[in-house]
Write a protein that binds this ligand. Structure first.
Ligand code: NAD
Length: 470
């Protein structure tokens, strides 16, 4: 990755505004071609992408194909197919709330591109989180500045080299670098900012956007809880599904189950289920050392700073380690670890963002919901229960961006579901048409015919001789 020189940044900004002003990106054919070029770029260089992400995150190639590459190829192609439908003018003449007179005024709404936009992406799913926003912006007809995370520098370097070969350089530009570069980018006026990352930086972005009244989409994270109701779910299956959600990308994912609420009487059986699942995913070495340390099916912690943060949490917690706990500093690997804590423990203070599952014991569903509602609204709430009553309690007594029953992560697979947070987990919605909607505004129009003058003349002053009835 080569940091973008400071003096290049304002030039990129003004080029993207000029291109937008030329209206070149309004053409549906242009949008479709660029979207298909994104798919081509990913397809023709799939191995280079998998290798770069392995270098950065140690992420197994299978996981890259399953959760990032193939998903984005698919979504770029779908966007190319669907964009003409999404961008279509909507005729509101037949709207049930429109009075007959106004039907003749040609009420219309057109999704219209916002302009030159900025997409800022994080390191944890570097491909999906940079490309998803970018294809939404292209589909919308915007010009795009993509600011990639400096933390995944191999991935950023690859995108920096490939984008000029595949995409229109007048309209889609990449900026690389760290805080100084992104700060420079944020001084400039953009027409929308689409940021994915942590809540602390989100506040910096929101403050910078406020100076220009730039609208924002904030895709953030937080502590996503799991409620387990042992009376109405299969505990062993729940444990297997939770563990898979926890170990994917080593817990470095915004929708990772962070802490789990369960009645004390069920903790032991649930942990037995976790251990069974763990042994089946990563059969232990004959000498008892954790096989995850050398496994090709387990990633590593992104960098030393995050590794030390997690290590320090495990040292400071007053909880009891019920599973795992092993650490391999040279490989930056942390075994899937389960810790039983009491409220107030250090592990409950911030988003864990690592392979540590925290268990908190609560007596019942009511208390579980109260515990969740006492904190910030999470991005996701997972509930393991087949009881309608329990599911309805979760719906009524809590708030979260997504509410998922009896599995983890499957909301990411169902691409028609609007994805996003609420409160501190962010605002705005994404994926396919929802991402397109972030980068367009609804431009309304009317065309009032001369002939209706007879019917609207009452609006003209003087009003004195007229009475008004309700
Ligand atoms: P990160 O450190 O890569 O930062 C994200 C972006 O912010 C980068 O491009 C970086 O250059 C920029 N940045 C960093 N410091 C900045 C500053 N001071 N001013 C302006 N910009 C700055 O990634 P991260 O924030 O550690 O990402 C992980 C977080 O993202 C977690 O909290 C996770 O839950 C959240 N996340 C949310 C989603 C979602 O879709 N809701 C998806 C993935 C990650």
């Amino acid at each position: 990755m080569i940091d973008t020189p400071f003096d290049e940044i304002p030039k990129i900004h003004s080029l993207l505004h000029q291109t937008f002003a030329s209206r070149k990106t309004f053409s549906i054919a242009w949008r479709q071609h660029q979207l298909l070029q994104v798919a081509r770029m990913l397809q023709e260089n799939h191995k280079a992408f998998a290798d770069a992400i392995y270098e950065d995150l140690g992420k197994p190639a299978f996981e890259v194909y399953l959760t990032e590459l193939n998903v984005m190829i698919d979504r770029a192609i779908i966007s190319a197919k669907r964009v003409s439908e999404w961008a279509k003018e909507k005729n509101l003449e037949d709207h049930p709330d429109i009075p007959p007179l106004q039907k003749q005024w040609k009420p219309r709404v057109t999704p219209t591109p916002k302009g030159a936009v900025l997409v800022i992406s994080p390191w944890n799913y570097p491909l999906i989180l940079s490309i998803q926003g970018t294809i939404g912006a292209i589909a919308a007809g915007c010009t795009v500045c993509l600011k990639l995370s400096e933390v995944t520098s191999n991935y950023a370097g690859l995108v920096q080299r490939l984008v000029p070969k595949y995409l229109d350089q007048d309209a889609i530009r990449v900026v690389c670098g760290g805080v100084p570069e992104v700060t420079k980018v944020l001084e400039l006026k953009w027409d929308h900012i689409f940021y994915t990352g942590n809540g602390t930086v989100a506040r910096i972005i929101a403050a910078a956007a406020a100076k220009h009244l730039t609208p924002l989409t904030l895709e953030l994270g937080g502590k996503s809880p799991v409620i387990v109701d042992p009376e109405s779910c299969d505990l062993e299956l729940a444990a297997r599904r939770v563990l898979w959600g926890k170990i994917s990308n080593c817990g470095q994912i915004c929708v990772s189950p962070d802490y789990l609420l369960i009645p004390p009487s069920a903790t032991q059986s649930f942990v037995t289920g976790l251990k069974k699942a763990y042994a089946s995913f990563y059969p232990p070495n004959p000498d008892g050392t954790p096989s995850v340390f050398k496994s090709d099916s387990y990633g590593r912690i992104i960098n030393l700073q995050h590794f030390n943060r997690l290590k320090s949490l495990l040292e400071k917690t007053e909880g009891k380690v019920l599973m795992g706990g092993g650490i391999d500093e040279t490989e930056r690997r942390i075994e899937p670890t389960v810790v039983l804590v009491k409220p107030g423990d250090v592990l409950l203070e911030t988003e864990t963002f690592g392979p540590i599952l925290i268990i908190v014991e609560v007596e019942d569903m009511q208390r579980a919901c109260e515990f969740i509602s006492a904190g910030a609204h999470p991005l996701v709430l997972y509930v393991f229960s087949k009881s309608e009553k329990v599911q309805n309690q979760a719906r009524k007594l809590t708030m979260s961006g997504n509410l998922i029953f009896n599995d983890t992560f499957m909301q990411l697979d169902v691409r028609v579901l609007p994805f996003g947070g609420v409160g501190e987990s962010g605002y705005g919605r994404q994926v396919l048409e929802n991402t397109f909607n972030c980068f367009t505004y609804e431009r309304t129009s009317l065309d009032v015919p001369d002939e209706v003058e007879q019917k609207i003349f009452l609006r003209y002053p003087p009003y004195t001789e007229r009475s008004f009835e309700v």
